[in-house]
Design a protein around this ligand. Structure first.
Ligand code: NAG
Ligand code: NAG
Ligand code: NAG
Ligand code: NAG
Ligand code: NAG
Ligand code: NAG
Length: 884
């Protein structure tokens, strides 16, 4: 039955204000200061909820900054103790008079026993789900005591490991270099909290999300979720709306669902069963109305509509809520590719193939309570401003907070959402599976209304770990682990996701061969096969300037190189003694075996390493050099993936995604990130602005021939030519310039616009040789307008460049209406010109660039008030020849 009920929700709600209102729900937050103590009471004080023990102990002065120097090791004891959070509260008559009162814990980290007024309500064992306890009979008017006793996560994990005696579930422990804890795969907790190759071991304990009481009569609306579905045969949208409702007893009512802007409105007779139940309604969208779609950034607007749901009984409003609904479709296309064995692997959004450009997201802080809205906003803005359209929320961290996904919806950033399992085998005991099932259902229900999430993925690298036997599992035992793998990710997680969310694809792992892995029993013989699915690829020893070392994959979901953060960031966690590349501190911060040496070896392939006789300079120059190396390496690899989007070469190609590892940092340390802890952009992030640009010229050599590709993510076809300038390392003016013919560049493609032998090009350019000259190039259209950024190609390693001399670069800071600008003047060609204003937060419009002309002006946008004189004092300018 469909009724038209057009009573404005606000009207009925108003009647409840100040007057007796039978159905008004009553929510009381118990967030704030609780008391906190360790097991023997020797450490006690107050701790914030939401919060964690480490944050509280720092605020109380028991510990210093946990990120400082070697404190990760010094504060190990915290995670070996048990901790109890207690709060005391009074309740109002109004609250206690409700038919049902529920205590809701939005997030407990992790293993706890919950007591109210001396009565044990139950336990928790999973950081990724919420818990609710019915508590009305236990509540008193005054002095209710709620206490939550948290067990050491490290000891719990180890006990669970011991209890699982039949066979090991590897890895037993992280590599020594990580200074971490063991058996994190036995506890449903942020997997990187026991340490990672970019992160510290801080196995947190706490109430990391809110605590509240919900009191109501009849029923309460807990959550609304909506997924638009498109029926292509009927060319018709519908919205599957789910209401999670808690009913005191089974009761009938009317539910109205509407999207007023789409003239779509339906009312349903419904029956709410006693307890927490999911109630599903299908709203058919009025076909005579045009629906404005949600698009990824760069492909269209992020349109949304208001969705209104109301529950009515006997003319009274039971509940009323408004949320946003976004219309978009997503398909993961895996189909035969002409001229290539294997299957394609790309995303079609609203029927349009979309190349995913971006990176991988890790937790923004070891202590999640310290991840503020500002931090999320700044990181996501940084991603968007670097022309990214996608992020993968990696499976060793946390399902992010709502605001993260709201921002991604709003900015058009597509999210590849892993489930939180990474780089390990996992147990499959009944209670483990049961808590994972609750986790999956809750997270999918919480997140599925977000259009930004375009895929669910079961785990990070666990198919590859099994297939390529990372953990030396004897062949005779392999079947046990494959069975556990299929039980967890296929029979449980995949089945649940498909039941809860029909609106987006599910992939069992990353990397995976996708449909081919499924055909091979879910664990492919080689999940890294470039003919199928996605790949993760790392190689630190090969020359990263040699594109032939990269896999011509369908989709690059991880690849990257490490670098060190800037000196100003390191200074916040170190002292003078630490400031050398071979200090104990520099080794201690490096959690990736041989990482520091790998960076230098890679850099030395093309650059002179810093050799100043001033030790501090040598250190800061080395930090700079690792950033130059990283930026160049990731640029080369990303440009390779982008230019491989159209062609098939040797049966491989049609690359449709490049997500480098990794966007952000969890603490100040060397890592693969392009943004330092604190938000400062590394050189790589400035490079990403260019190499992810919608229109990009890519130049490279193939056997002595220079090729320039035009890559375009724009929808319309373009007609472009390449303009190549040959510069001498020793002089500022171009030696000569070459223009290609105009070439048609179809929307969403990569095509060759120029092809010429380097020897011939140089011969036509007088006195140039590979050692004495370099190339810059850009694309322009038929009217001579430049499209996309300028780019460059070195004909030799800069360490061999003849005539490259120390540039004298002067800088002048000025203030203008849009912020600050820095005007640079150089007397020589200067590669990798790096502006740094120390700890003045903000960012430049571009940085790390090649100066082949005397003048350049860049903008600086501060994130906090500053001045011309502060900036001028802090500004340093470094270019390549300054370091040796
Ligand atoms: C923490 O609790 C566990 C389990 O109850 C117990 O075995 C352990 O001894 C406790 N640790 C401390 C330091 O009291
Ligand atoms: C709670 O109730 C007790 C007893 O009535 C009273 O002494 C106390 O001040 C109340 N606390 C608060 C925070 O209202
Ligand atoms: C569909 O929308 C049109 C306006 O575009 C409206 O006139 C019509 O009544 C709507 N149909 C229904 C079934 O609501
Ligand atoms: C560095 O670490 C080593 C081994 O732990 C220790 O012996 C040495 O004293 C440390 N040096 C400094 C300067 O702290
Ligand atoms: C660098 O250039 C500036 C401005 O042209 C000049 O004043 C200064 O002396 C130069 N410095 C060196 C070391 O050549
Ligand atoms: C640093 O290295 C460069 C290049 O090899 C060399 O020319 C220079 O003399 C070295 N400087 C010092 C101080 O060793």
């Amino acid at each position: 039955m469909a009724l038209n009920s057009r009573t404005p929700a606000g009207f009925v709600l108003c009647l409840c204000l100040g007057l007796f209102c039978a159905f008004s729900a009553h929510s009381v937050s118990l967030d704030g200061k609780w008391s906190l103590r360790n097991s023997d009471g020797s450490v006690a004080g107050s701790g914030s909820v939401p919060g964690c023990v480490h944050s509280a102990l720092q605020q109380l002065g028991y510990i210093q900054d946990p990120y400082f120097r070697f404190n990760d090791v010094a504060y190990r004891w915290i995670a070996f103790d048990n901790w109890t959070y207690t709060t005391t509260f009074n309740t109002s008559e109004q609250l206690r008079s409700k038919q049902k009162v529920v205590l809701v814990l939005d997030g407990v980290d992790t293993v706890a026993s919950v007591q109210l007024n001396g009565f044990t309500l139950g336990g928790t064992d999973n950081m990724f789900r919420s818990y609710a306890f019915s508590v009305r009979p236990l509540l008193k008017e005054a002095e209710n005591v709620l206490s939550i006793s948290l067990a050491s996560p490290v000891l719990y994990a180890s006990q669970r490991r011991k209890a699982h005696s039949a066979y090991p579930v590897p890895p037993e422990c992280p590599p020594d270099v990580q200074n971490g804890q063991c058996h994190v795969n036995f506890i449903r907790k942020e997997q990187s909290s026991f340490s990672w190759d970019w992160g510290p071991s801080f196995p947190t304990l706490g109430l990391w999300r809110g605590v509240h009481l919900e009191a109501f009569d009849v029923l309460q609306l807990i959550q609304v979720s909506s997924v638009p579905l498109f029926d292509s045969s009927a060319s018709r949208w519908s919205v599957q709306v789910e209401l999670m409702v808690d009913a005191v007893q089974t009761s009938d009512g009317l539910v109205s669902v509407s999207i007023p802007e789409l003239f779509s409105d339906q009312t349903y007779q419904s029956r709410f069963l006693q307890g927490r139940t999911k109630n599903t309604f299908i709203l058919h969208i009025n076909t005579s109305t045009e629906v404005d779609l949600w698009w990824p950034r760069g492909h269209g607007d992020q349109n949304s509509y208001r969705l209104r749901v109301r529950g009515l009984r006997d003319g009274s409003v039971l509940f009323s809520q408004e949320s946003k609904v976004y219309f978009r479709t997503v398909e993961l296309v895996q189909e035969p590719v002409p001229g290539s064995p294997g299957l394609s692997f790309f995303f079609r959004i609203n029927s349009k193939p979309v190349f995913l450009k971006g990176s991988n997201w890790i937790p923004a802080h070891a202590f999640q309570d310290q991840v503020t809205p500002d931090i999320l906003l700044n990181l996501l803005h940084s991603a968007a401003d670097a022309n990214m359209n996608a992020l993968r929320v990696w499976g060793g961290g946390v399902y992010e907070q709502d605001q993260f996904y709201d921002l991604c919806d709003h900015m058009g950033i597509m999210v590849w959402q892993d489930f939180m399992f990474a780089c390990a085998m996992y147990p499959t005991e009944a209670d483990f599976i049961q808590t994972v099932r609750s986790e999956v259902i809750q997270q999918v229900q919480r997140l599925k209304s977000h259009p930004s999430i375009i895929i669910w993925s079961g785990n990070n690298e666990n198919e590859a770990a099994l297939a390529t036997n990372w953990f030396d599992i004897p062949e005779s035992h392999r079947a046990t682990y494959v069975k556990d793998y299929v039980t967890l990710y296929v029979e449980n997680i995949r089945a649940l996701v498909q039941q809860e969310d029909p609106s987006r694809p599910f992939l069992v792992s990353s990397p995976t061969n996708g449909a081919e892995s499924e055909r091979e029993g879910w664990v492919a013989s080689n999940p890294y096969d470039p003919h199928f699915g996605d790949t993760h690829f790392y190689s630190y020893e090969d020359d990263c300037w040699d594109w032939s070392t990269f896999p011509r994959t369908r989709f690059a979901s991880e690849f990257g190189f490490q670098s060190w953060p800037s000196f100003s960031t390191l200074k916040t966690v170190s002292v003078d003694d630490d400031w050398s590349y071979d200090s104990n501190f520099s080794s201690h911060r490096q959690h990736h075996e041989h990482g520091n040496q790998q960076m230098l070896r890679q850099a030395a392939l093309h650059f002179h390493l810093p050799n100043s006789t001033d030790a501090l300079k040598r250190f800061t120059h080395t930090l700079y050099m690792t950033q130059v190396m990283q930026a160049q390496c990731v640029k080369a690899q990303t440009e390779f993936y982008r230019r491989s989007q159209t062609e098939i070469i040797d049966g491989k190609g049609r690359t449709m995604g490049a997500l480098y590892w990794q966007l952000n940092d969890i603490w100040p340390a060397p890592s693969w990130s392009s943004i330092e802890f604190g938000g400062k952009w590394k050189m790589l992030h400035y490079f990403a602005q260019d190499f992810f640009a919608a229109v990009l010229p890519v130049g490279f050599e193939d056997d002595g021939t220079l090729l320039i590709y035009a890559v375009s993510d724009l929808s319309p076809d373009l007609t472009l030519r390449a303009v190549v300038s040959v510069h001498s390392w020793s002089g500022l003016d171009p030696v000569c310039t070459l223009r290609s013919d105009l070439v048609l560049v179809p929307g969403g493609s990569a095509v060759v616009v120029l092809k010429q032998e380097v020897a011939a090009l140089l011969a036509g350019c007088g006195r140039c040789t590979r050692l004495s000259c370099l190339l810059t190039f850009h694309l322009e259209d038929g009217t001579g307008v430049q499209r996309g950024p300028s780019n460059y190609h070195f004909l030799c390693s800069p360490k061999d460049a003849e005539g490259l001399r120390k540039a004298n670069i002067t800088a002048k800071v000025q203030e203008d209406e849009s912020g600050f600008s820095v005007t640079l003047r150089s007397d020589a060609v200067a590669p990798f010109v790096w502006l740094d204003v120390g700890n003045i937060a903000g960012r430049f419009s571009s940085n790390g660039f090649l100066m082949v002309s005397a003048d350049r002006t860049v903008g600086f946008t501060p994130w906090r008030p500053t001045s011309v004189s502060q900036l001028s004092t802090s500004l340093s300018v470094t270019s390549l020849r300054d370091v040796y």
